[in-house]
Design a protein around this ligand. Structure first.
Ligand code: PLP
Length: 357
């Protein structure tokens, strides 16, 4: 089966096999990872390895903390302003689709939130050029969503926000390619696309942004308290951290994030090249902003949607239905999707077009 789910998403098979082998007895401990105290030496070793690998793969500079938290990216939509907006009470948001709009709405409770730019005029089919952004130099931070999982637009450049920290929701593209962390003040991501199961939220935060939390911030969501406690202010999502560590090891063994980028570009090209030549299927996103991770596409004749999805499922290609907001189809092709999966999808689409076109 090729699973095109947008998340929780397909994971590398060797990782799942290893987890299955170790399920009842991790390294002779007599325990499943799920049964270990988060403060015991076995789990601490699992935690330390996952931390070290995350830092190594992303080349995280020494003046950043990597926190393993809970609450998901939707939780972070509130946790970020609670922790960062205290400096000036203001923040800038760039709207590029459904997820950044949700971040913007959630932030309203915590301060004065300005829309620095929006792609709404173009129906969110492109990312507004930085030259059109109206940035407030007094903002505590500028928020973007680096890959819109629903709309399929992705930044292939890094905004320059000067001395104002750049904050990015990278839920659907963190670990898909190399990243210059030093250009960001804070990065957050749910793990369930490229890194592991749901339940784990990764936060990478620059040291100088710690310590400005609003008094209402729950302690478990206070970055400074979590940083001081090595993400163990509360019980962290232990099993999800363990699987993420296995995924990080797997990425490293395959050549790290540079190798992921080559693999992801190759897969996306197979699908977009076909969509561009098809008279039957189309993708509406501006070429330079197309996501390497999530490829939404539609059939010109929507009455064939159900037949398309059923035929795909019959061939073992599942979870291709588009998001309820946008309709149509969406192929999510994260790190763990092999190129064979994308080739099989394109072969099926070609055949479908011949049969119904
Ligand atoms: N932000 C982006 C870009 C996402 O893709 C998602 C989930 O699909 C979320 C936020 C929400 O994540 P969660 O439901 O884990 O909070």
């Amino acid at each position: 089966v090729f699973n095109f789910s947008p998340g929780p998403a397909t994971l590398p098979e060797p990782v799942l096999r290893k987890a299955a082998q170790e399920m009842l007895d991790w390294h002779g401990s007599g325990m499943s990872v799920m049964e270990m105290s988060h403060r015991g030496k076995q789990f601490i070793s699992i935690y330390d390895e996952a931390q070290a690998l995350a830092r190594e793969l992303l080349a995280v500079p020494a003046n950043y903390k990597v926190l393993f938290m809970q609450g998901g990216a939707i939780g972070e939509n509130a946790i970020v302003p609670m922790n960062l907006i205290g400096k000036t009470g203001k923040a800038d948001y760039v709207l590029t689709g459904d997820w950044s709009q949700r971040s913007f709405k959630e932030a309203q409770t915590f301060g004065t939130i300005n829309i620095a730019a929006t792609g709404e005029g173009d129906k969110f089919r492109s990312i507004p050029k930085q030259s059109t952004w109206k940035l407030d130099p007094q903002a505590s931070y500028v928020h973007i969503c680096s890959n819109e999982t629903i709309g399929g637009v992705e930044y292939h450049w890094t905004p320059d926000t000067g001395s104002v920290p750049l904050v990015a929701d990278m839920s659907s593209n963190l670990m898909s390619r190399p990243l210059d962390v030093s250009k960001y003040g804070l990065i957050y991501a749910g793990a369930q696309k490229n890194m592991g199961p749901s339940g784990l939220t990764i936060v990478i935060v620059r040291d100088d942004l710690l310590g400005h939390a609003l008094p209402i911030t729950p302690s478990a969501f206070n970055y400074q308290l979590q940083a001081e406690a090595d993400s163990m202010f509360n019980t962290p999502p232990t099993y999800a951290i363990y699987i993420a560590g296995l995924v990080f090891n797997h990425i490293k063994a395959q050549g790290g994030l540079a190798a992921m980028q080559v693999h992801n570009e190759a897969k996306a090209a197979v699908l977009y090249d076909f969509l561009d030549e098809s008279k039957f299927f189309y993708n509406s996103v501006a070429r330079e902003d197309r996501s390497l991770m999530n490829v939404p596409f539609k059939l010109k004749d929507e009455s064939l949607d159900e037949a398309f999805l059923q035929g795909a499922a019959d061939k073992g290609m599942i979870q291709l239905k588009g998001h309820r907001i946008s309709g149509g189809m969406r192929a999510s092709i994260y790190n763990a999707m092999p190129i064979e999966g994308v080739k099989a999808l394109v072969a099926y689409m070609k055949d479908f077009e011949v049969r119904h076109g």
